[in-house]
Every structure is written in C-alpha cells, then in structure tokens.
Design a protein around this ligand. Structure first.
Ligand code: SAM
Length: 441
C-alpha cells in the first residue's frame, strides 16, 4: 500500500521519493514541466527521444524530434574517437594530480549514487511504468512541418534586431488556429512576458512556440569575437560569443531581484564543440555574470551545473563562487538511467560518467548585509535526482528546490526552455518551445 501511495504521488507530481534520508528522488521532467501549461503537455516521445532505438526516433517524435545532436546515435564513431585518445595517453594507471583529485571526488559520490540506484531498482511499480512514460498518450498528428528555426544562427545576423513575433491568446486565434490581432513584439534583445494564467502561442515565420503562463524570456543577440568570411554552420558553432547583454536583466530595485538563480553555462568542453551544439565561452567570462545584482534583497539560492572536469571544479571553488559572492556550497547529483532501469553507462568509466553535478550556494542580499537574517536554508548535501535523460544534454527542471516564500522569482541563465514563474535568458530560450514538441492536454 505504501508503494502505491508513492506511485500516486509520482503520477500527480512527477516526483518519486526514493530515499528519505538523502532526499534522493526519481523525476519525470515531462510531468514536472507540464505543470507550467494549462492547455498543453510536453510530448514524451520528443523529450525521451534518446530512449528510442535510432530507427524508431523519427516515428516516435512525430517526425519532428530526431536525435542527431547529442543522442549517442553515432555511438560507434564516438567509441572509435575515445579509443584513439586512450592510446595517446599511454598507461592509464599513470594519473595526473588532477585526475587523482577527480577520482577521489568520484569515490566520495559513488556510494550515495549506488544507494539511490539500488533503491530505484527496488521500486518495481515505478520501473514497470518507465516504458509507458516515454510514449505519447495520443497519436502524433502527421502535418507538413516547416524546418525548425536555429535561433543561435538567426541571432548572429545583422537583421536579428528586426525580427518580430506575434503573441496570440486563445481569443486571438481563428477556428483554424491562425493568429489574428495578436500582440507584436521584438524577438531579440527584448523582454517578452506572458503575464496571463493561460498558455500563449507565439508565431515566428511559419513556426509556433508555446509560451507557458506567467513566464518571461529574453533572447540575446549573439556577438561573435571573430568574423569568419567563409561562414559555415559548423564553424559558426565553434566560435566564441560574449555576454554583454546579460546586464539588461539586472532589476532596477533588489526587491525585484531573483530568489533562485540557475546557471548552465556553455563551458568549453570536447563534447559541446565536437558535436557543434552551441558556441562556448572560456570559463573566465562567467566571472562577469552579475549574480549579486540579480539577487533578491533577501538573498538568492544559486544553482550551477558543472562538468566532471577537476580543473573546472577548482576554478569554481577558488574564483567563480567568490567573485559571485556565493558562499557555503552543497553538491547535488543528477544520475541518468535508461528505460530498463540500468545506469546510462558504467558508473566507473573515467571520462564518461552517468551522472552530472549541480553546485548550490547562497548569495546574500542587501537585507543580510545590513544584519537581517535570511529566510532560506541550504538544501541537503548529496541530494540525488534520477531521470531518464532527454537528448541535447537538456537538464532536468529544478522547480522543486525553489527556496523561500512562494511565489518565488526565478531566473535561468543560458536557458533553452521556458517555465511558469521563471525568466529564461540565453541565445535560444525558445528552442524547446516549438509547438511540435507539445500535445494538447
Ligand atoms: N540549460 C540548457 C538545457 O538544459 O537545455 C542547456 C544550456 S547549454 C549548456 C548552454 C547554452 O548557452 C546554449 O543554448 C548556448 O547556445 C547558450 N550560449 C552560448 N553562448 C551564449 C551567449 N554568449 N549568450 C547567451 N547564450 C549563450
């Protein structure tokens, strides 16, 4: 009976409590993100397209999903690349000091990850629901779809500042779904908000985007360091951008600042540049993100996604968090599993772990600086979020960890999706909002 209660809680919230002592949970992001919408749900077959064998992907995602960026579809060729690298390295037992530090960190995390995974494998009711969870409840409509818009590419063009989108509520749509008389807004360098309690549709070119209730986004134009005359998409993705527009989001008064600040930076790493996913930035650029100025007068919880590189961890602890004013950090782990319950890859693979780390810490607001106490408490250390990962290195939502009184003000920097109650900033915050990734509720 207790297990069934857990399953009902999961069906309602998208969160299944695995371990009470460490707070480990299994999460279905499709359900959790679905809370943001009144008339739409996320299409599970798109979110979980990584869980389908490659030949089934196009069909599963209604022809619009695919998984060409970061799915593991070219597993064989990647394996070859990894093998080549190993040979160059010589004896794998000769670890550098950094590698030894990374191994120590891994050994610390290992027992808690194993404990959470064992508990997940014991949740048999949940396990038997996994394969249904990744399928769509309704048939995909076979429509002729226009190609997806690449906002990164579009935002780097001179014409970007002239792009406009129309925001349509249900009332401004004709019976055939065409938007007439919606509000027109600049697409780039502009704060676009849905202040209603209903989903809005934004129309740009021939594509529609679903804008959840009470959400805002700011899509940055991309300034590139160098101009390459022989432009190609792959070259373009490998070039660097800058962060000058982020300051436009600093609130005029800290009372309007944010209580929760989530940052998922485009760290330089082999995976992002090999797959040409998006432009990356040298770590030192992130020192200039004005985190303190974003923080609410009562302070803010800051959550930073990091990679498993030891050099990066040292930079964050010694330079980045001090520069942002972030104190006393805690680590969360995101453990990735497959639809059969097994981990995404061997837990002990040195260069490819089945988990990622999220560092959380507090930045004091003005009230704390003037001696008044913060109302927030740092979440439990070593919390584990288990999910079946989406493609495109999409992170699980963190809405369940919002601190302080509600409704909180939350911001995600370098976002690719919109969430109710949040401001999403980046060069492609509409990326996952394309209507082809949604079904009607
Ligand atoms: N959190 C996202 C998710 O879960 O889907 C992934 C974020 S990804 C690691 C980093 C994002 O930062 C990419 O969308 C990339 O295009 C964007 N980005 C890179 N350089 C940028 C810049 N200068 N300004 C704004 N966004 C940038």
């Amino acid at each position: 009976a207790a297990a069934s209660e857990e399953v009902s809680f999961f069906l309602e919230t998208g969160v299944y409590r695995l371990l009470a002592d460490s707070g480990a949970v299994f999460m279905d992001p499709v359900r959790v993100l679905g809370e943001s919408y009144t008339r739409h749900s996320l299409r599970p077959s798109f979110y979980y397209s990584r869980s389908f064998p490659s030949s089934d992907k196009a069909a599963a995602a209604g022809g619009g999903g695919g998984d060409e960026r970061g799915s593991g579809s070219s597993g064989a060729s990647r394996k070859r690349k990894r093998k080549k690298k190993k040979k160059k390295k010589g004896d794998p037992r000769e670890l550098s000091e950094r590698e030894r530090a990374a191994e120590r960190r891994h050994q610390e995390a290992r027992p808690i990850l194993l404990k959470a995974h064992e508990s997940f494998l014991r949740a048999t009711e949940l396990l038997s629901a996994l394969s249904d969870m990744i399928q769509d409840g309704q048939m995909a409509e076979v429509e002729e779809e226009s190609p997806e818009v690449n906002f990164i590419e579009l935002g780097s063009l001179l014409q970007a500042s002239q792009c406009e989108l129309s925001l349509c509520s249900q009332g401004t749509q004709s019976g055939s779904g065409i938007c007439c008389g919606g509000m027109v807004s600049a697409l780039f360098d502009n704060s676009v908000c849905n202040e209603t309690d209903d989903d809005l549709e934004a129309v740009f070119l021939r594509n529609k985007y679903i804008i959840p209730k009470r959400s805002c986004f700011y899509m940055s134009i991309l300034y590139l360091f160098t101009f390459n005359a022989c432009f190609s998409l792959t070259n373009f993705m490998k070039r660097k951008s800058d962060l000058r527009q982020i300051r436009n989001l600093i609130p005029a008064h800290s009372d309007y600042g944010f209580n929760f600040i989530v940052v998922d930076p485009p760290w330089e790493n082999a995976s992002a540049s090999q797959k040409s996913l998006y432009p990356t930035l040298p770590s030192r650029h992130f020192l200039y993100i004005p985190v303190r100025q974003f923080a609410h007068t009562q302070g803010a919880l800051v959550a930073l996604w990091v990679t498993n590189r030891e050099k990066l961890r040292a930079f964050i602890e010694e330079e980045l968090f001090p520069a942002w004013g972030v104190a006393s950090s805690t680590a969360f782990y995101w453990l990735k599993v497959k639809a059969d319950g097994s981990m995404l890859c061997d837990l002990d693979l040195f260069h490819h772990r089945p988990y990622e780390c999220l560092l959380l810490g507090y930045v004091n607001g003005k009230e704390v600086d003037t001696g008044r106490d913060t109302t927030y408490r740092l979440p439990q250390n070593n919390h584990i979020i288990v999910t079946m990962p989406s493609a495109y290195s999409r992170k699980p939502p963190l809405g369940n960890y919002i601190p302080g009184p509600k409704p909180a003000r939350c911001i995600e920097l370098f976002a690719r999706e919109l969430i109710s109650g949040w401001t999403s900033w980046g060069n492609e915050p509409l990326h996952f909002q394309d209507s082809r990734y949604f079904i009607d509720k």
